[in-house]
Design a protein around this ligand. Structure first.
Ligand code: NAD
Length: 335
């Protein structure tokens, strides 16, 4: 169905967005992709280098809150679908300064929904799908047991997750109120190539190789469910193409790991590929003051997406971490 169509991917110069654009160009060669990204500190054209000359990919440097620009893109390119990833995405930044999160994540999503409504409503135009890419953090924190499911209540604890929760609710309302064909997916922590240096795994790799302290919040026991970004992209495409209007899917990596365990796994991988002259990278791990409102555990049930769309995470965690460490060593570390 997607062949010959033009879709708008927002935030396609960021971590997941750039991996998604690469995936779409590979597996849907007939599809044209308009990649709208404001190139904030988190986005980079370097993430697009592999396909910058591909004619099926059109990069537009602009802001999702720019109504005129978004309107023009919908009209000029006859956009028939949106996969919305553009966001302020770093929890720590949202604690220091929530405003950009409110602006981009809530207002930006609203502008895209309004453009979809304007362009896709009415008898003469064909409605397209609006896919909101969101996070499992909207569900708050779990104790030691249990998993989030599609019916878990929203209980966000950081300004970041609250802004994503608000955007999810707007998307839901545009389906209920205006009949927009929407899908929402909430995924667990991603890792892989192109992730910004500020996030946990790149920070562990960078500080380890620089011989610095590897900072881990609190006692390191907080648990996250890790998903390799390529597996996430595969899930996103299935949802975008197959999900029924108004649906929601959780996407989990199926691999739970404490922050301390993840640091140890990465250190062991670095010991293997870049042994230190003396000692082990693990000796650099340092516990630091906890993040306020730090959710203890996230874990996601994949039952619905497995049952309905036949998706399961395909990448073994050790293999994914190994590929990720390799990528960071080759691309991000000055030699
Ligand atoms: P990222 O920070 O790496 O990329 C975000 C991109 O959005 C950047 O390229 C940035 O330039 C762009 N952007 C920011 N504000 C914009 C604006 N106003 N207009 C246009 N572009 C703008 O984020 P990511 O990790 O790739 O996450 C992508 C999406 O996936 C986000 O919506 C995030 O909430 C969601 N998500 C991420 C994870 C994860 O583990 N990384 C997990 C679950 C959900």
């Amino acid at each position: 169905k997607l062949e010959q169509e033009t879709i708008l991917v927002t935030g396609g110069a960021g971590f997941i967005g750039s991996n998604l654009v690469g995936h779409l160009l590979n597996v849907r060669p007939g599809l044209r992709i308009i990649n709208l990204d404001a190139l904030t500190y988190a986005g980079s054209k370097d993430n697009l280098s592999e396909f910058i000359d591909n004619k099926a990919h059109i990069f537009v440097h602009g802001d999702i809150r720019d109504r005129e620009l978004v309107d023009q893109l919908f009209g000029d390119y006859n956009i028939t679908g949106v996969i919305h990833l553009a966001a302020e995405s770093h929890v720590d930044n949202s604690i220091d300064s929530p405003e950009p999160f409110i602006d981009t994540n809530i207002r930006g999503t609203y502008e895209l929904l309004e453009a979809s409504r304007r362009h896709w409503a009415g008898a003469n135009t064909q409605g397209g799908k609006f896919h909101q890419v969101s996070t499992d953090e909207v569900f708050g924190s779990l104790g030691k047991e249990g998993h989030f499911t599609e019916s878990s209540p929203y209980a966000p604890n950081s300004p970041y997750s609250a802004s994503k929760a608000a955007a999810d609710m707007l998307v839901r309302s545009y389906n209920k109120t205006y009949g927009l064909d929407t899908a929402i997916s909430n995924c667990s922590n991603n890792y892989g190539p192109n992730q910004h240096a500020e996030k946990l795994i790149p920070t562990i790799i960078r500080t380890a190789l620089a011989g610095e302290q590897i900072p881990i919040y609190g006692d390191g026991s907080n648990v996250r469910d890790w998903l390799f970004v390529a597996d996430h992209c595969d899930a996103l495409l299935r949802i975008f193409e197959q999900a029924s209007p108004g649906s929601q899917y959780l996407i989990g990596g199926g691999y739970e790991c404490s922050n301390l365990e993840i640091a140890s796994t990465i250190c062991a991988e670095l010991d293997r590929i870049r042994p230190k002259n003396q000692g082990k990278y693990e000796d650099q791990i340092t516990l630091v003051a906890d993040r306020p409102g730090h959710d203890f555990r996230y874990a996601v049930s994949n039952s619905k997406i497995d049952r309905e769309l036949g998706w399961k995470p395909a990448t073994d965690f050790k293999a994914g971490i190994s590929a990720t460490v390799q990528w960071h060593v080759e691309n991000r570390i000055k030699h």
